[in-house]
Design a protein around this ligand. Structure first.
Ligand SMILES: Cc1cc2nc3c(=O)[nH]c(=O)nc-3n(C[C@H](O)[C@H](O)[C@H](O)COP(=O)(O)O)c2cc1C
Length: 234
């Protein structure tokens, strides 16, 4: 067998062996600064949207003009579910994950709170945070719309979860997973009539510092989301 085929077979074998076991956040990645004051159960996700997948694909556009209106918690819950919701009894999720290691974490920052999605039980944990949103655009190289959005979803990853199975290729695998998760969220936002844009232009270390993430958790993507401002700018 050629070396590449051997490597792929090994990857597939490990993936098959591990496909059923779902990892949860290792306790060592949660430090004191990450404690949340409150856990909230989200409404059951909506499973029958009004637009087809094909319509949604055609309509998706990066949109950077938002009204100031806050998104309801149910809407945020639907976006979280689209990104990382659990969709079967084995714990598999809306987005694929190499070996079902689930290294991705989702957060949301509004003008008043910082939330972390807990796929198990479809819940969020949150703490009051009235400053981070306003600081995000500076961390995103002065892209003003980032702090103008009423909500910014943040996709992070704990590559160690994937490294445990796949070693050095884990970072590549995790980056690919973030793309799946981001696209799920962007399509869900589109089908809900929301404006959203994927933002890769930011200083990951600075955003990690603003969010007080523990070492070993990397910020991969920002997704500002909100209601679209009318074409006349109102
Ligand atoms: C990896 C990646 C990073 C991006 N980073 C930014 C960004 O930092 N700022 C921004 O305004 N748009 C960003 N975008 C959005 C692109 O500008 C946008 O996708 C592109 O112009 C095509 O338009 P569309 O998304 O409406 O099809 C990014 C897109 C991708 C895929």
């Amino acid at each position: 067998m050629k070396p590449m085929n051997r490597a792929l077979s090994a990857l597939v074998l490990v993936a098959v062996v591990t496909a059923g076991c779902v990892s949860s956040a290792p306790p060592e990645v949660m430090d004191e600064t990450q404690r949340f004051s409150e856990t909230i159960e989200l409404a059951e996700p909506e499973l029958s949207g009004s637009s087809s997948l094909e319509q949604t694909l055609e309509e998706r556009r990066s949109t950077r003009d938002f009204t100031a209106e806050e998104l309801p918690l149910d809407t945020l819950g639907q976006l979280f579910w689209a990104g990382q919701g659990i969709t079967d009894d084995a714990g598999h999720r809306t987005a694929p994950s190499a070996g079902a290691r689930y290294p991705i974490e989702l957060y949301a920052i509004s003008a008043s709170t910082f939330m972390h999605y807990l796929p198990e039980g479809h819940r969020v944990e949150q703490r009051t945070d009235t400053t981070t949103l306003s600081l995000l655009s500076a961390a995103a190289f002065q892209q003003g719309f980032v702090s103008d959005a009423p909500l910014v979803l943040v996709i992070t990853a704990v590559p160690a979860r994937t490294e445990a199975e796949y070693g050095a290729v884990a970072h590549d695998l995790v980056n690919r997973e973030a793309g799946h998760v981001a696209q799920n969220i962007l399509l869900q936002a589109t089908s809900l009539g929301l404006a959203a844009v994927p933002v890769g232009g930011f200083d990951p270390a600075e955003v990690a510092r603003l969010l007080a993430l523990a070492p070993g958790e990397d910020v991969l993507y920002l997704l500002p989301v909100g209601y679209p401002a009318a074409a006349d700018g109102s």
